[in-house]
Design a binder for this molecule. Structure first.
Ligand SMILES: NC(=O)c1ccc[n+]([C@@H]2O[C@H](COP(=O)([O-])OP(=O)(O)OC[C@H]3O[C@@H](n4cnc5c(N)ncnc54)[C@H](OP(=O)(O)O)[C@@H]3O)[C@@H](O)[C@H]2O)c1
Length: 330
């Protein structure tokens, strides 16, 4: 039997709820403790998901001695503060995306984890789900030929009650770090680091990006076009096209319920690609992987590496620089 991994959850919001639900699907994992700043939220969340201990502050959570790893599920503007709090108290961390506000913060978080020999991973869940792995297999098999373009859209109009983090600059609001990050991650997965980036944005009333468009250019001629929006509902799809074929990841391309279609020729040559069905929301894959890393004594995931996180953050920084999008901490 594997060593049981005891999880803590820091921040009991929307994504924490899905993660806690999926943690029940992970073998040899228990919810050791949860923490919310709000007592009634902590109690209801902790009781619903059977947490062994309920904390009413994040400081109390990081002091719980028998927790192996803490899942940080607060808005990205607070990830630096909360990950550092965990690391200072010798806790391994799985931190939600966006990992930080900028690459400088990310580098400091990673350096601290290294110095303290603690496991730290960005919860880029899409990298662990079957549809993403199938996409990578198809790219690596050469079935698409030389990839010439990647087109990605992700857009929806936030519906009330809108979480404060969506538009608040102090919390890292705006489309890019919330949803555009998936566009960037998938483009980097297909084509690697771009040779040039250009970007534009439409500001919301708070100054964060309500829409963001980015173009990546590669010296081999490939071009990537990425678009994220809070002002229109868009088909949230990826098209990766090469000189031998095109791969379409259908609506919610970043999640397990996407569908994959391969087109070896024109638009009417569709071949459905079979993908393993997923139980739950799909967050158990990353949780299970993080647990395996801890059992092996790793301080870095071999799948979602620190270099992956830094490249993602540096690319987001460059898009923001080109689009004129700044946060108070920049
Ligand atoms: N992987 C995914 O699929 C996915 C999906 C959605 C979101 N996310 C990421 O997960 C993070 C949280 O998103 P969410 O949608 O769960 O947000 P949310 O519903 O607003 O929850 C965030 C939680 O953070 C805590 N928090 C601490 N300080 C806060 C502050 N000053 N303002 C607001 N909340 C504060 C709160 O927990 P307490 O009150 O309980 O302390 C709150 O419930 C973001 O970084 C987001 O990008 C990932």
């Amino acid at each position: 039997m594997n060593k049981t991994i005891r999880w803590g959850i820091l921040g009991c919001g929307r994504i924490a709820r899905k993660f806690a639900s999926d943690l029940r699907l992970v073998e040899d994992a228990v919810l050791g403790a949860v923490a919310s700043r709000d007592k009634s939220n902590a109690d209801s969340f902790g009781n619903e998901f059977g947490a062994e201990r309920i904390c009413y502050s994040y400081e109390d959570l990081v002091r719980v001695s028998d927790i192996d790893i803490i899942y940080v599920a607060t808005p990205h503007g607070l990830h630096f503060e909360h990950v550092m709090l965990c690391l200072q108290h010798h806790k391994a961390v799985l931190c939600e995306k966006a990992f930080a506000i900028n690459a400088q913060q990310a580098a400091r978080m990673i350096a601290t984890a290294k110095e303290k020999k603690l496991f730290l991973m960005e919860a880029l869940w899409s990298k662990f789900i079957p549809s993403y792995q199938k996409m990578m297999q198809i790219i690596e098999s050469g079935r698409l030929g030389k990839i010439n373009n990647v087109l990605i859209n992700f857009g929806f109009i936030p519906q009330p009650p809108v979480a404060p983090r969506i538009y608040d600059p102090a919390l890292g609001g705006g489309t890019l770090l919330d949803i555009g990050i998936y566009n960037v991650f998938f483009a980097l997965s297909a084509l690697g680091k771009p040779d040039a980036i250009d970007a534009w944005m439409t500001p919301a009333a708070t100054g964060v990006d309500e829409q963001c468009a980015a173009i990546f250019r590669y010296n081999n001629g490939a071009i990537t076009q990425l678009f994220s929006s809070y002002s229109s509902h868009l088909p949230t799809e990826v098209n990766i096209s090469g000189d031998k074929g095109r791969l379409l990841l259908g609506h919610r391309f970043y999640a397990p319920d996407t569908t994959l279609e391969f087109y070896p020729g024109r638009y009417d040559t569709k071949q459905k690609v079979e993908v393993t069905k997923v139980e739950g929301w799909g967050y158990h894959y990353e949780a299970s992987h993080a647990g395996d890393c801890l059992r092996k004594g790793l301080t870095e995931s071999p799948v979602m590496t620190h270099a992956d996180t830094l490249l993602l953050m540096e690319t987001l920084d460059e898009i923001r620089r080109k689009a004129g999008l700044r946060y108070p901490v920049d």
